[in-house]
Design a protein around this ligand. Structure first.
Ligand code: CP
Ligand code: NVA
Length: 317
């Protein structure tokens, strides 16, 4: 593709910090490569042989950590997990010193951080690509896997209605950008005090001018799910917000994705969740384990999409 050639010519380092920074062409390229990797993984070979990835994790992880580590191994590369007690971002040495040092050893870096400013700082001072593996503001790898899953199930983005029920946080923010860029109609329903970040929402609205996506912000889950093709939810108290769990449980009364709510959507409406789920809070067992749940296909797709992201950032495809 033209932009890949240009990236190489200019010797530009690419990062994946926010979906906001990706062009529609870049997203489509990642999704197309994902298709190939998923359908015939053996044809890919080991293009990342001899390459190393660092994985700084300030928070726990199942999907992000394992899918990146396995993805790197499948592509012939090597991954080094740097957990909360290893690098101690912002505590042991300056973030810029960490970025400068790791750039001398590694080819690529993924980081899961508390504060979004830390991932921005890492990217600024690294000479290697940096991937946001979740911050308090965004979860771009999740959103790419989510839109890939939607396309896989619906065939195309055209006319699709996705409804997000829950907290205006990282996962929702990345989905807002992705839907707005790709033309997916996106209804967001949150309690009044838990709406998405206004700046992010307004920026996403600007992206809809090119894609034609319809975005709306509502407060009534029952009204919101009418005509939904996909319902998506995430935990109410995210990692790092544990002290707010009790207060949030009260505020999110009526926002649980249960059988009664799903019945108000389209008959075949698919159920999505980034996981981990707090079963019995934002979603019931019967819905997440029900016939319309696609949560584990969605989780599997994290692996395929991230392999495409690694190849794209390392200029291999
Ligand atoms: N969805 C997701 O990022 O899961 P983990 O927190 O387990 O990585
Ligand atoms: N919003 C959740 C997403 C987990 C993948 C969190 O930040 O904990």
């Amino acid at each position: 593709m033209k932009f890949l050639k240009r990236q190489k010519e200019l010797n530009m380092k690419k990062d994946l910090i926010s979906i906001k920074d990706l062009s529609v062409d870049e997203i489509k390229h990642i999704l197309a490569v994902t298709d190939k990797l998923k359908v015939s993984p053996k044809d890919t070979g080991t293009p990342l042989a001899g390459r190393s990835m660092g994985m700084i994790f300030q928070k726990p992880s199942n999907r992000t950590r394992v899918s990146f580590e396995v993805g790197m191994a499948q592509l012939g590369g090597h991954a080094i997990y740097l957990g909360p007690d290893t690098i101690k971002l912002g505590e042991r040495e300056k973030t810029s010193d960490i970025a400068n040092t790791l750039s001398r050893y590694l080819d690529i870096l993924v980081a899961r951080v508390f504060s979004h400013s830390d991932i921005v700082e890492l990217a600024k001072h690294s000479t290697i690509p940096v991937i946001n593996g979740l911050s308090d503001t965004e979860h771009p790898c999740q959103a790419l896997a989510d839109v890939y899953t939607i396309k896989e199930k619906a065939g195309s983005f055209k006319g699709v209605k996705l409804v997000f029920i829950g907290d205006g946080n990282n996962v929702l923010h990345s989905l807002l950008y992705a839907c707005a860029k790709l033309g997916i109609n996106f209804t967001v329903v949150t309690p009044k005090n838990y709406q998405p970040n206004r700046e992010i929402y307004n920026q996403a609205l600007l992206f809809t001018k090119d894609s034609g996506a319809k975005l709306e912000l509502l407060n009534d889950p029952k009204a919101a799910v009418k005509g939904a093709d996909f319902i998506y939810t995430d935990v109410w108290a995210s990692m790092g917000q544990e002290t707010q769990a009790k207060k949030k449980k009260k505020a999110f009364k009526g926002f649980c994705v249960n059988d009664r709510l799903v019945l108000l959507a389209k008959q075949n409406c698919k159920i999505m969740h980034c996981l981990p789920a707090h079963r019995g809070e934002e979603i019931t067992d019967s819905v997440i384990d029900g016939p319309n749940s696609i949560v584990f296909d969605e989780a599997e797709n994290r692996l395929h999409v991230q392999k495409a992201v690694l190849l794209w950032l390392l200029g291999e495809k």
